[in-house]
Design a protein around this ligand. Structure first.
Ligand SMILES: O=C(O)CCC(=O)C(=O)O
Length: 267
């Protein structure tokens, strides 16, 4: 079985998978250094309107706006795109070729772990069915284990049709991972972390992808710096939401699905 087929099967069956060594050591060291620098520069700049789960957890937000390096990390490994197309592409989105993404980037952050992150799901609602609407992808920048608060998941909970409970910590399994791995999960999966009991950080980049009709966490098409926009292919612009953000009104546009011909830089 190919690594793509195996990843798809694990995501369907248990709700998550770990891809080993997607990024080499130099790339990961570079990414970690950049994240640490951005954290120092940005840690006091975020809004006070922070979700409960993020409070007092070291986080760098809006990586798409920082430097192209971070988007390149996401876009380069073909297997990541293949997995996301399999689960999140809308087959009725005819304006973009079907072998290219029509899903979008909902959120793009880096987080270290210090205290317990309660068990939760990120699909907002639990539901039964084979159609996935949101997926998360964690690019591991520092080895994760039970000591430093690795990601914990409840296998198969993506098919429970229920919200996460805190009692489920007892059924959760640790995903021990190495720097350079990528861990992917269906956002219906119940997940969280135990506390980081070491004195070191535990940075990972978390990219959340969703179907094209869902709301992004930030207004990416309006705020993306032009120098970053200029380096993107049409397909990458679509992933950032440039083919699906809302029109001003009906005089601006009506078809919610747009093709590459309709890409606009200045919104
Ligand atoms: O950092 C982790 O291990 C989990 C992150 C998480 O739960 C989230 O981003 O929703």
């Amino acid at each position: 079985m190919s690594s793509l087929d195996s990843a798809i099967q694990q995501l369907e069956d248990v709700g998550y998978c770990r891809l080993q060594q997607v990024f080499d050591a130099d790339r990961v060291a570079d990414a970690l250094q950049r994240i640490q620098n951005w954290y120092e520069k940005s840690k006091n700049n975020s809004s006070v309107r922070v979700p409960f789960l993020n409070i007092d957890q070291p986080t760098v937000y809006s990586l798409q706006n920082r430097e192209s390096f971070f988007l390149n990390l996401l876009f380069e490994p073909k297997i990541l795109q293949d997995i996301l197309i399999h689960f999140l592409n809308d087959r009725w989105f005819k304006q973009i070729p079907q072998d290219e993404p029509n899903y979008i980037l909902r959120s793009f952050i880096a987080r270290s772990s210090n205290k317990v992150l309660p068990m939760h799901l990120d699909s907002f609602v639990p539901y039964l069915g084979s159609h996935v609407i949101i997926m998360q992808l964690s690019i591991i920048l520092q080895d994760q284990n039970a000591e430093n608060g690795c990601t914990l998941v409840v296998p198969k909970s993506h098919l429970s049709g229920e919200y996460a409970t805190q009692e489920s910590f007892e059924d959760a399994v640790p995903i021990e991972s190495k720097a350079g791995d990528v861990v992917i999960w269906d956002s219906r999966l119940w997940h969280g972390t135990k506390e980081n009991r070491t004195t070191d950080t535990r940075w990972a980049i978390i990219a959340t992808f969703c179907r094209w009709w869902m709301k992004q966490q930030w207004n990416v098409p309006r705020k993306l710096p032009d120098e970053i926009y200029q380096q993107l292919t049409d397909s990458q612009k679509a992933v950032l939401g440039f083919c699906s953000f809302p029109y001003d009104d009906e005089t601006d546009g009506i078809d919610m699905k747009r093709g590459y011909d309709d890409l606009q830089a200045n919104l």
